[in-house]
Design a protein around this ligand. Sequence first.
Ligand code: K7E
Ligand code: CUA
Length: 658
Amino acid sequence: MRQQGSQGTGWKLAVGLIVALSGVAAGQGMKDVEAVAKERGLSAADLLAAAKTYTPSGMKDEYVIFSSGGHSGQVFVIGVPSMRLLRTIAVFTPEPWQGWGYGVGNDILAEGNVNGKPNLWGDTHHPAISETKGDYDGEFLFINDKINARIAVIDLRDFETKQIVKNPLTVSDHGGAFVTPDTEYVIEGAQYAVPLGFDYAPISEYKDKYRGSVTMWKFDRKAGRIDKSQSFALELPPYWQDLADSGKLASEGFFFLNSLNTEMATGGIESKQPPFEAGVSRNATDYLHIVNWHKAEQAFKDGKAEMIKGFPVLRIQTLIDEGILFLTPEPRSPHGVDVAPKGDFIVVAGKLDPHVSVYSIDKIKKAIADKKYSGSDDYGIPVLDFDAVIEAQVELGLGPLHTQFGPDGYAYTSLFLDSAVARWTLGGSYGAGTPEPDWTLVSKTSVHYNVGHIGAAEGDTVSPDGKYLVAFNKWSVDRFLHPGPLLAQNFQLIDISAQGTTMPVIYDMPIGIGEPHYAQIIKADKLKPWSVYPEVGWDPHKQAIDPMAPKPKQERIERKDGLVEIYGTAVRSHFTPEHVTVKQGDRVVWRITNVERAVDAIHGFAIPAYNINLSLEPGETAKIEFVADVPGTFPFYCSEFCSALHLEMMGYLMVEPN
Ligand code: K7E
Ligand code: CUA
């Protein structure tokens, strides 16, 4: 049931506040607000929430959410506090409006082919904004595709995907994308163990042949691309590595990965083994993986990697010999691992344990130096003594999953089974920021329902902003109208600006396009996107002028040996040329430039029967190629309503039969 707030004085105060703020003549304005509120059954809390989130026409949002698009394979861009969808960025899935996969981006999508076969959907989980010194810099965005173990690179100057890399060692990933504090590397941890390179091996050979892994993709910021030649991977035991996070400041040089199948369960029924669900949860503890990536990078540079599937891999024995990898127990089958703003604490959420476990990087470093091991695992990896590295355990409730941070010493953890977001206090040097004692649960806010990740404003950086937190809920049940049995997810905006126990939900945003997982929230003024491409003839893939780009007054058709090259332009409201005649079987290379300089003067370019549609943003040039194998007469047209004479913006492609 929807909660109704008090209808008493609080309500009157809220109306008064809104009226005063809006500058409406108090008498009549007050009455109007009152009447609307009464008619719609709105409480004082509702009116206050509306005042905090309502964003009048023309007013801009203060923050921007980059959210995984889940099954859509895309990224959603959402404004905060209005919770308005601003853009979907086409990534792993063709997207017609942007022309992605329909003439542009085809080559980038093909980079993501698995074993030579196209994979035209993705299950995006974790976006990562590029960082400088552990703070979002707003230049690039990375996102993983869990189902196919791919990472995409998006340039935030034009919000377009520039690269997709397919992991050669693993078929699925989950511990990515996470970046090191200066975006030197994009980290991608595998999820389900497979023989490296996903070759065939019977499940009975699990312990010997199956492996986990984590890949360190070197990012070349100047090129705006992952540099595969400088990238490498670490072989890990087949423990189903789960989420990862990079160290920063105090823990700079490390990253952390947790795991959920140190039992090495292989699934059940005919094998007489327990099914995965039970087999994976037998042990009281799993392992937190602690990786010294500075040392890993050195070992790779020293030539200590072995080539597997053409990719350099540091084998487990090398990780042990070089002091790169350590384990330490963590409560059974945890989920999120999140590093506190100063890098000093690593928070592991219990999932099947009501606590978060907080590890200290100082204690970890000391335990490594003193060789304080409680033993080693089946593969000989040293296990740091739990008591030597743990700082605190805080009981929060049922199903802790993911943690974010505020600016004042508060941490926030999602509780999946409780359907709540918990606020709790960090200790150590953060303790002074909060009125409550260290390491204690302060309050919980109910969310609707089954929350996965949460995202706070800049909440996983070295300088979190507080203010807003969004709960990314899996179930919405009774929150919205039912569009059939497939229900929307629910993004709930929570006001975390006040200290203590006040943490109200102030907005619900239905997401009916796939199930998002993680999202990051960046201050809007850190983004410096282009409103038009810098110059006419701009190739977004190269982020540079294309010397071959067609120019006005130089439009032409060149023919040679069955190749037809068209140099065309688009401007309100015509294409040049408007007639293109080719012979059946000709190879057609069609370049087209939108020569507009006005913001939002976008043209489409669609050819029927040839599966082609482009979005040409002001200044953009694109190149499409196809074989004119279908004879006939094909009116092509602008597919973006650009002007009063938009319908007239067309032409004829005539394919003469042989
Ligand atoms: Cu918890 Cu993929 Cu980060 Cu979903 S994951 S919730
Ligand atoms: Cu150009 Cu419609």
